[in-house]
Design a protein around this ligand. Sequence first.
Ligand code: INI
Length: 163
Amino acid sequence: MRELRGAFTSRGRRFAVAASRFNELVVGKLVEGAVACLRAHGVAEDDLDVAWVPGAFELPLAARTLAATGTYDAVVCLGAVIRGETAHFDYVAGQAAVGIREAAEATGVPVIFGVLTTETLEQALDRAGGKHGNKGWDAAMAAMEMASLLEQLPKDAGPGERP
Ligand code: INI
């Protein structure tokens, strides 16, 4: 039996973060967490790009475009959809989730779902460097783990086209 696990040392790897400006008070903290995590694990400044989109609904297209360049080992999507602020919470959150999964499947590049979906702004802040940690950091960890794991998997096993 072989057991395969992704590693978190990421020196030499390249990552993109797609972040939404909507609820930027929250998302800015998620970005800080993700960037701090990637730097702490050896990712160089030149190997890290952050692209801002208007809202979480736009994350899938940006993520798919970034992933399809073949430049990045993984793409981290960061956003915050807060139910209290919108009647179309379910559409925005649902479409972001589906689109982010599809971006990964279409490209074969890990695209990580780091979108908070909460009832209130307070709950979102709790998860963006507050009492429940920073989900941006967690999303970056998932990106590194998946980049490493995919490198170990047979190259013809996955969907999409690996760059
Ligand atoms: N976008 C978010 O990222 N979070 C939200 O909570 C949100 N609300 O509340 O509506 C939101 N809406 C904007 C949406 O993502 C698109 O940018 C917009 O509909 C244009 O396509």
